[in-house]
Design a protein around this ligand. Structure first.
Ligand code: PGA
Length: 261
């Protein structure tokens, strides 16, 4: 049966690119996108400072790129020095936010219940959430991959109702593959995605689980994107390093089945 889920290619710029650099990137990417047909959904998670300018840039030119953020605070507003609220992101033009990225889980001690609060707030504000889950190398070596994925999945999405679950995109990102150049074997990726969908099905019903877009992330490059996207349960990619150059990002976009350039 052909896949009915949309393909979603998302770039995560992390703490790279100023406003000027963001505009230069978009000015190079836009004509490449315009030359292509059958494009997947293209998302870009840019630094906070570039959201407004990038969102205006694509809106004014009608470029099919959705701009989003990489984190946010779970409170509606308040005395939280240095934090940013969902409604501020929305006003600036962000339409999605990456939550629970492993860099936030590990460097900033974000727990599943904390991620869960952020997810709820984002959805309440009308922002779609890309929720990241993934095991460390240690956990994989100990044979705990599935246990960790299940715990992160159910913990991060706890208490969500059907309409909220429909707004969720999942990203399976094995921590050991992020920024390391060590991409997971496609079979490992497919089996993790299948497992995530199975757990989702048991928890929320098959219909919701079958509709959920599950991206893979971790050392995705132009030369491995095609093989990953060919897996039946890999519905998209979340790309760090290779999304910083418009040319390599475009090559990955072009790896989506059906794109004609
Ligand atoms: P990478 O990062 O593509 O540079 O490995 C992926 C991510 O952190 O989302």
């Amino acid at each position: 049966m052909p896949r009915t889920r949309p393909t979603l290619i998302a770039g995560n710029w992390k703490m790279y690119k100023t406003i000027e650099e963001s505009k230069e990137f978009l000015a190079t990417l836009a004509p490449l996108l315009e030359k292509s047909q059958g494009l997947p959904l293209v998302y870009l998670a840019v630094p906070f400072t570039a959201i407004y300018v990038a969102a205006e840039w694509v809106k004014e030119r009608g470029v099919a790129v959705v701009i989003g953020a990489q984190n946010m605070n779970e409170a509606q507003e308040g005395s939280f020095t240095g934090e940013i609220a969902a409604r501020m992101l929305l006003e600036a033009g962000a339409r999605f936010v990456i939550l629970g990225h492993s860099e936030r889980r590990h460097l900033f001690q974000e727990s599943n219940s904390w991620v869960n609060k952020k997810v709820k707030r984002a959805l309440q504000a009308g922002i779609q959430a890309i929720v990241c889950i993934g095991e460390t190398l240690q956990e994989r070596k100990e044979g705990r991959t599935e246990e960790v994925l299940k715990e992160q999945l159910l913990g991060s999405l706890e208490g969500l109702v059907k309409e909220e679950l429909e707004q969720i995109v999942l990203a399976y990102e094995p921590v050991w593959a992020i920024g390391t150049g060590k991409v997971a074997q496609v079979e490992e990726v497919e089996s993790a995605h299948l497992f995530i969908r199975k757990v989702g099905g048991e928890q929320w019903g098959k219909k919701i689980a079958n509709q959920m877009v599950i991206q893979y992330g971790g050392s995705v490059k132009p030369d491995n994107a095609k093989e990953l996207l060919a897996q039946p349960d890999v519905d998209g990619l979340l790309i760090g390093g290779a999304s910083l150059s418009p040319e390599s990002f475009m090559k990955i976009i072009q790896s989506t089945p059906g794109v004609v350039s």
